[in-house]
Design a protein around this ligand. Structure first.
Ligand SMILES: Nc1ncnc2c1ncn2[C@@H]1O[C@H](COP(=O)(O)OP(=O)(O)O)[C@@H](O)[C@H]1O
Ligand SMILES: [Mg+2]
Length: 384
């Protein structure tokens, strides 16, 4: 076996990047993790070009860096969840603003600098990743790919929002454009995280128009559900899970809110839905994404969204599908027409989890964070 050179760009508290890096190293590959919030305080990043070396050099210096000079093109780069730069709180506000902007621009330039068309397999290509995260574009492309989509309004315009509600019988589903959470301190100094989930809203629950216009939202008819589906697309290799969200009230509206109370099981995707997912991957020029569907009373699959940086390890934790091994093999194979074969020793998530439970606290302390983790990030939990 020729070891592959693989780069994972993410943040230190992200379980998926840690798990996959661990699996790749266990399989004998050379995997470097670049945790972008470590930049600039803990991580030195340098790009260098000159007349004698137009291809340039890329040098990393920091806590988890295995090899500093990474100028040779990577075989695969996984843009998992790059986070923004973290600067010291006590900086002068003006300095901070200037430095933050420079840091953001420099970080945004790293992927294009590494993308020299030299045969690197990108998961996902930097430009595709950005376009594919826009919900309105997702829905339009899903419809073009032959998938059923709900009527959708994304707006901050009170007139449009109120008219949409009336058009749909007075109650619609409301959700945010990006998952959001609030960190709140109680009177005893304890910290709590509140997450925003999908909820049905009626017109009398809307705030006044001046408030309503301050935060855009997504509005859709509330879809009746039999169950829900999450599809992980590793190139052409699709793995699906059935989420029995209607078996517990806490999960019925937004399954993530009550996920620990419901069952999940492997799901055979209908061929036309699988074909639609593959067309959607091509439409967005993506190597990898997760897709959410609601399955209605008559078995119809309605597309909700794609997430190029979606969670997939819960398919293994909850339904035994070996996603850690599959995803690692996908990065090693470095091709979109990937098919997973059970012809090797399979790396299991439970093994990583045991190691992670012991080590996450010490690991987290060695890195910078946009939001400090309060507990061990859990694979079984889907948060976005
Ligand atoms: N129109 C809808 N009708 C009923 N339930 C919905 C609707 N939209 C979303 N949900 C529920 O909320 C969850 C999250 O919504 P989703 O569209 O996947 O956005 P995100 O994951 O970005 O919050 C879905 O998995 C589903 O359980
Ligand atoms: Mg979702």
């Amino acid at each position: 076996m020729v070891p592959k050179r693989i780069l994972i760009v993410s943040e230190a508290s992200d379980l998926h990047s840690n798990a996959v890096a661990w699996a790749l190293r266990k399989k004998g590959h050379d995997c470097e993790s670049l945790f972008t919030p470590d930049f600039p305080t803990l991580l030195g990043l340098s790009t260098r070009v000159g007349p004698g070396d137009p291809a340039g050099r890329f040098i990393l210096r920091g806590p988890d860096v295995v090899q500093e000079d990474r100028s040779a093109p990577f075989d695969t780069v996984w843009l998992r969840r790059p986070g923004g730069p973290v600067l010291p709180e006590d900086m002068h506000a003006g300095d901070r603003q200037v430095a933050a902007r420079q840091c953001e621009i420099f970080l945004a330039g790293v992927a294009p600098f590494l993308d020299q068309g030299a045969g690197t397999f990108w998961v996902n290509p930097p430009a595709s990743d950005v376009a594919a995260q826009q919900k309105a574009c997702q829905l339009r492309s899903a419809a073009r790919a032959g998938l059923a989509i709900p009527e959708t309004l994304i707006s901050n315009d009170p007139a449009e929002i109120r008219a949409f509600l009336r058009e749909h019988g007075g109650t619609v589903a409301h959700k945010l454009l990006r998952p959001a959470s609030w960190l709140v301190q109680d009177e005893e100094g304890g910290e709590h995280i509140y997450a925003a989930y999908t909820v049905p809203v009626t017109e009398d629950q809307l705030p006044d128009d001046d408030t309503l216009r301050l935060c855009p939202g997504i509005f859709q008819p509330y879809l009746p559900k039999q169950f829900e589906i999450r599809v992980a697309c590793l190139g052409d290799h699709l793995v699906a899970i059935r989420i029995n969200s209607q078996t517990d009230d806490r999960a019925a509206t937004d399954w993530r809110a009550g996920q620990i109370y419901i069952g999940m099981e492997p799901y055979d995707l209908p061929p036309e839905i699988a074909a639609g997912c593959r067309r959607l991957l091509r439409e967005f020029d993506l190597a990898h994404m997760s897709v959410d569907f609601v399955v209605g009373p008559d078995g119809e699959h309605t597309f909700l969204e794609i997430n190029p940086q979606g969670q997939f390890l819960f398919l293994e934790a909850r339904a035994g599908l070996p996603l850690l091994d599959m995803f690692s093999e996908f990065l090693v194979a470095g091709r979109r027409d990937f098919t997973w074969r059970e012809d090797h020793e399979i790396v299991r998530f439970t093994e990583f989890e045991a190691h992670w439970k012991q080590s996450w606290r010490a690991e987290a302390a060695r890195h910078a964070h946009l939001i400090r983790p309060l507990g061990a990030p859990d694979a079984a939990e889907e948060k976005s």
